[in-house]
Write a protein that binds this ligand. Structure first.
Ligand SMILES: Nc1nc2c(ncn2[C@@H]2O[C@H](COP(=O)(O)OP(=O)(O)OP(=O)(O)O)[C@@H](O)[C@H]2O)c(=O)[nH]1
Length: 444
C-alpha cells in the first residue's frame, strides 16, 4: 500500500481573524516541520514560537507551532498545528507552500476525524458527536453532542451487542446439541427471555418521540387554519421579519414557508401553510395537501381562527386536533364569539397576545424535550438501523417460538448484530462513511 497523503487545512474560522490555526496530519509532518519552521521540529506537545518560511526561504509569518506525535494524537498520526496571524494572505501563503510538496494535499471535509475513526480513536457515533458539537447552536444541542462524543450512545449499543452476542452463543449451542437430554423448551426459554428483554429495551429507545433528532435538527410547529385567518401575518410576527406574503386575498399562501427560531432553548421551525379549504385551483389544492403533511409532521399545531369570520364556530371543530393550540386572531376586530374556546387570543396585526403565544410555544418545546432523558437515537441513520435490528430480533424470536429452527434464529440474530454494529461503525460502514464525514467542515 502506498504511503498515505499528508493532509492540511485551515482548522479555525474564516479570515480575517486574530489567529489562524493550520492543521497537518500524516507521514510528512516531521519533514515539513524541519523544512519550514526556523526552529525545526518542536518538542512534542510544547508550543514553540518560530518563524515559518516558504520554499524559497521567504518569511510566511511568525507564530506558534505545536507537534503531537502519533499514535497519541487525535488522528493517530503525526500532527502539527500552526498558530499564525489570521489573515487571508498568511493562510494562502502557508497552505500553498505546504501543498507544493509531493504527497501533501488539502484535507477533505471531516478527514481528520475520519482518520481518527480509522485509527480506532472514535467510533462512528462519537465521530458524529464531533460534527454535532461544531454545529451546535443551543445549549441542549451542545449537551447532546458532548454526551455522544463522550461515548454516551456507544455504551448502550455496545451493551446491546454484548448481550446479543451472548444470546447468539446460546442459540449456537442449541444448534450444535439439539434435544440433548432435556426437552427443547429448557434451552429455548432462557434465550427467549433474554431476547424479549432486549426487544423491550430497543422498543423503548425507538419510542423516544424523536427527541434526540429534534434537539439536533429542530422541533416543528405548524400554523394551520382557514384561508385569510392571518396565518402568514402571525408567522411574520413570530419570525420578526416579512417572511411570508400577506394579502387580503384568501388562498395567498401556497407553499409551506418555514422560519427558524430558538425558543425555550431549542431550535424550532415554524411553518406557515396554505389555508385549509376545498378548492378547484390545482396549485392551491397542492398547497392544501402540503399543509396537511406539515400539520401531520408537526410536534405542535397552532390552529388559527379569525375572530371576525362568520363561520368561526364551525371552523373551530372542523380540522383541529386535541393537541393543537387554538389561536383566535384579529382580536382588534372584535371579541371571541361565544362557544369558541381559545387557548390564545391575539392580534397578529398589532402584535397583542403574540408574546404570550411565543412563550407557550417555548414552554411546550422545553417540556417536550425534557420528556425523554438521554435518547440513544440522534439521527435518522440510527433510527433506520435500529428499526431494522429490531425486526431481525423479532424474526429470531418468532423462529424460536415456533420452533422452526435455531439456524434461522441464529441468522436473524447475526443480522441484528450487524445492524447494531453499523450504528457505531464496527461493521458494514463503507456505505455510510462518505455520508457521515461529508457533513463535517474542512479542518475537522
Ligand atoms: N384586523 C386584522 N387583520 C389581520 C390580522 N391578521 C391578519 N390580518 C389581515 O387578514 C388578511 C389575511 O392575512 P394573511 O396573514 O395573509 O392570512 P393567511 O391566513 O395567511 O391567508 P392564506 O394565505 O389565504 O391562507 C390580510 O389582509 C391581513 O392584513 C389581525 O390581527 N387583525
Amino acid at each position: 500500500m502506498s504511503e498515505r497523503d499528508t493532509i492540511c487545512a485551515l482548522a479555525s474560522g474564516a479570515p480575517p481573524a486574530a489567529i489562524a490555526i493550520l492543521r497537518l496530519s500524516g507521514p510528512h509532518v516531521r519533514a515539513l516541520a524541519e523544512r519550514h519552521l526556523a526552529s525545526g521540529l518542536p518538542a512534542a506537545r510544547h508550543a514553540s514560537l518560530t518563524d515559518m518560511t516558504d520554499n524559497d526561504g521567504a518569511l510566511i509569518d511568525r507564530g506558534l507551532a505545536l507537534f503531537m506525535p502519533g499514535p497519541g494524537s487525535y488522528t493517530g498520526e503525526d500532527t502539527l498545528e500552526l498558530y499564525l496571524h489570521g489573515g487571508a494572505a498568511v493562510i494562502a501563503h502557508a497552505l500553498d507552500t505546504l501543498t507544493a510538496h509531493e504527497g501533501v494535499r488539502m484535507a477533505e471535509p471531516g478527514e481528520y476525524t475520519r482518520r481518527a475513526f480509522e485509527a480506532g480513536k472514535l467510533d462512528l457515533t462519537e465521530a458524529e458527536g464531533v460534527a454535532d458539537i461544531i454545529e451546535a447552536e443551543t445549549v441542549a444541542q451542545k449537551a447532546q453532542a458532548l454526551r455522544q462524543l463522550g461515548g454516551g450512545l456507544s455504551q448502550t449499543y455496545d451493551q446491546w451487542r454484548a448481550e446479543l452476542t451472548g444470546v447468539l452463543a446460546l442459540v449456537e449451542v442449541a444448534i450444535d446439541f439439539p434435544d440433548e437430554g432435556d426437552a427443547p423448551q429448557d434451552t429455548t426459554a432462557p434465550i427467549l427471555a433474554k431476547l424479549g428483554r432486549l426487544i423491550g429495551e430497543i422498543e423503548t429507545a425507538l419510542g423516544d418521540r424523536g427527541i434526540g433528532e429534534r434537539i439536533r435538527d429542530g422541533f416543528r410547529v405548524a400554523i394551520i387554519g382557514a384561508p385569510n385567518a392571518g396565518k402568514s401575518t402571525l408567522l411574520n410576527r413570530l419570525a420578526r421579519r416579512e417572511a411570508a406574503i400577506v394579502t387580503a386575498k384568501a388562498g395567498t399562501t401556497r407553499d409551506v414557508i418555514e422560519v427558524r427560531r430558538v425558543l425555550g432553548g431549542h431550535v424550532v421551525w415554524i411553518a406557515d401553510t396554505a389555508g385549509l379549504r376545498v378548492t378547484e385551483d390545482e396549485i392551491e389544492a397542492e398547497g392544501v395537501r402540503r399543509a396537511e403533511v406539515a400539520a401531520r409532521e408537526a410536534d405542535l399545531r397552532l390552529f388559527v381562527l379569525d375572530a371576525s369570520a362568520p363561520d368561526i364556530g364551525h371552523l373551530s371543530t372542523d380540522y383541529r386536533l386535541d393537541t393543537d393550540l387554538v389561536v383566535v386572531n384579529k382580536s382588534d376586530l372584535g371579541a371571541v364569539p361565544d362557544g369558541v374556546s381559545a387557548d390564545h387570543v391575539i392580534s397578529a396585526r398589532d402584535g397583542s397576545g403574540v408574546d404570550a403565544l411565543e412563550q407557550a410555544i417555548a414552554r411546550f418545546v422545553d417540556q417536550y424535550a425534557a420528556s425523554v432523558e438521554a435518547p440513544v437515537i440522534t439521527r435518522q441513520r440510527h433510527r433506520e438501523r435500529l428499526t431494522q435490528g429490531l425486526s431481525s430480533l423479532k424474526a429470531a424470536r418468532d423462529a424460536l417460538e415456533q420452533d422452526v429452527g435455531a439456524e434461522l434464529a441464529a441468522e436473524d440474530i447475526r443480522m441484528a448484530l450487524r445492524q447494531l454494529g453499523s450504528i457505531i461503525g464496527v461493521v458494514g460502514v463503507e456505505d455510510v462513511l462518505g455520508a457521515v464525514f461529508s457533513e463535517f467542515c474542512i479542518g475537522k
